[in-house]
Design a protein around this ligand. Structure first.
Ligand SMILES: Nc1nc2c(ncn2[C@@H]2O[C@H](COP(=O)(O)OP(=O)(O)OP(=O)(O)O)[C@@H](O)[C@H]2O)c(=O)[nH]1
Ligand SMILES: [Mg+2]
Length: 148
């Protein structure tokens, strides 16, 4: 885990992270950015900068850019995907909070509009509540059918 000083340069931390992960031969480096509203342009610019820094250090990086959507945001999620796709080049989605009353129907609209793969869903607050996405099971839940 590599963290910087509060208020420090986010792309600088990413730079240090890549150097260290490369030095110790890690298979995977996860860059967890703090939440941000898509109307805060300086924070969105920060995402673009992180992307550029990663690309300079490894032309293939970032290999995946995952946007975590909260099922309770409803259709507003579509606008989020749109903006984050432009700033960060989102390549896939995760949808959390499917254990509440929200069924995540917006995933269908998002898949149709953007064609992005869904990597995982969140169904609770524990680590193993982050589950691989199973299209059939999620489709049944959206349609209100019982699990198979
Ligand atoms: N019920 C439920 N709670 C969840 C789920 N996923 C996350 N949470 C809870 O939501 C809260 C926020 O989760 P975080 O993982 O901190 O969210 P985040 O997007 O990283 O937030 P920031 O880094 O502040 O932007 C925590 O209390 C989590 O336990 C889920 O699938 N179901
Ligand atoms: Mg977080």
């Amino acid at each position: 885990m590599i963290a910087g000083k509060e208020g420090g340069d986010a792309a600088g931390i990413v730079f240090d992270g890549v150097k260290q992960a490369t030095a110790t031969g890690e298979d995977v480096l996860v860059v967890d950015t703090a939440g941000r509203l898509q109307n805060k342009s300086h924070l969105m610019d920060e995402l673009s900068k992180i992307r550029r820094v990663l690309g300079r250090l490894n032309p293939e990086a970032p290999h995946d850019v995952l946007l975590v959507l909260d099922a309770t945001t409803g259709q507003n999620a579509l606008a989020q995907v749109e903006v984050f796709r432009e700033s960060a080049g989102v390549t896939g989605l995760i949808m959390t909070k499917l254990d509440g009353t929200a069924r995540g129907g917006v995933l269908v609209a998002a898949a149709e509009k953007f064609g992005l793969p869904i990597h995982a869903i969140g169904v609770g607050e524990q680590a193993d509540d982050l589950r691989p996405f199973d299209a059939r099971a999620v489709a049944r839940a959206i349609a209100g059918l019982p699990p198979e």
